[in-house]
Design a protein. Structure first.
Length: 305
């Protein structure tokens, strides 16, 4: 997958437009539809998205509106699900003030050579969010661009949405979040130099600081997978402030199960959350903590098997 920067994109394309926060099952339906249209005509499959998230520019963002997938993680899933090219537009007040039709003419038709546009059923755009599906259909008729509106994707008793997934994550329902996402909830960060405490107690860890803009579950212990490039390790992680040691800054500490801890200091790695093991708690002694961690590792091993 390539990122489109600067000059106009000349290849005829089908363009999926949206925030794509989570790149969840609903977003994947847009990508699948885009690929279907592209394969019939030899077009490129392009995702047009925004950074930062419009909500963070237009109004204060409480924690329940933080991102599920910061841009780097979003790009990973775009590539995984079949996007050929991505254009990330910087969202600011100037872009927010562009009316719907000029936005489509400049950023979609002219800049991306769009022959078709695919959006979700609840897509809004343009100044004041005045543009919607009917606006897009009207523009498509005038501009000679095919427009496809994708219906909602159902999950359980409701529609798959980024807001529902955020609530799942915040309330520690990792399994439900992953079901709605269609992939694991993932945190990406650069491995930081820690205090080496894990090694002294026989349980070495890699320390990650998640992006401050990303929604996170409650403090606790989680089973999952540590990824760096194509390398994947079964792992158990503690997300929290390590109260037994009197810490206050939250860190994601990841321990590789049944493997040697890789030397990834300074490198960007990803932890995929799969299961909640237990809440974080303060222990009376280091020995009690170590005994509990060994139980956590065994439980994580069972969950991941």
């Amino acid at each position: 997958m390539e990122r489109i920067v600067g000059a106009a994109f000349n290849h005829p394309s089908v363009v999926m437009i949206g925030n794509f926060d989570g790149v969840h099952r609903g977003h994947q339906a847009l990508i699948r539809r885009g690929r279907e249209l592209a394969e019939k005509s030899g077009w490129a499959v392009v995702a047009l998205t925004f950074d930062p998230h419009p909500a963070s520019v237009l109004k204060p963002v409480p924690p329940e509106h933080y991102l599920i997938t910061p841009t780097d993680v979003k790009l990973h899933w775009f590539e995984r699900f079949g996007v050929d090219y991505v254009k990330v537009l910087r969202f600011d007040h100037a872009l927010a003030a562009v009316p719907a039709f000029p936005f489509l003419a400049l950023e979609v038709k002219a800049a991306l050579n769009a022959q078709a546009v695919v959006v979700g059923f609840n897509f809004t755009f343009g100044a004041g969010g005045a543009g919607h599906a009917e606006t897009l259909l009207e523009w498509g008729r005038m501009a000679g661009v095919a427009v496809d509106i994708v219906s909602p994707v159902e999950f359980g008793e409701g529609v798959v949405s980024s807001s529902a997934i955020r609530q799942d994550i915040l309330k520690n329902r990792i399994g439900d979040a992953n079901q709605r996402l269609g992939h694991p909830f993932a945190v990406q960060g650069v491995v930081q130099k820690g205090e080496g405490r894990g090694s002294t107690i026989g349980i070495p860890t890699l320390n990650l600081s998640p992006p401050v803009c990303q929604v996170m579950p409650e403090y606790g212990v989680y089973a999952g997978f540590l990824r760096e490039g194509d390398t994947v390790w079964a792992a158990v992680a503690n997300w929290g402030v390590r109260p037994t040691f009197g810490q206050s800054v939250p860190v994601l500490e990841v321990h590789v199960i049944d493997g040697q801890l890789p030397d990834w200091h300074g490198r960007s790695v990803t932890f995929d959350f799969t299961d909640h093991v237990r809440p974080e708690k303060k222990f009376d002694s280091v020995d009690t903590l170590v005994a509990q961690i060994r139980q956590d590792v065994e439980k994580a091993r069972q969950l991941l098997s």
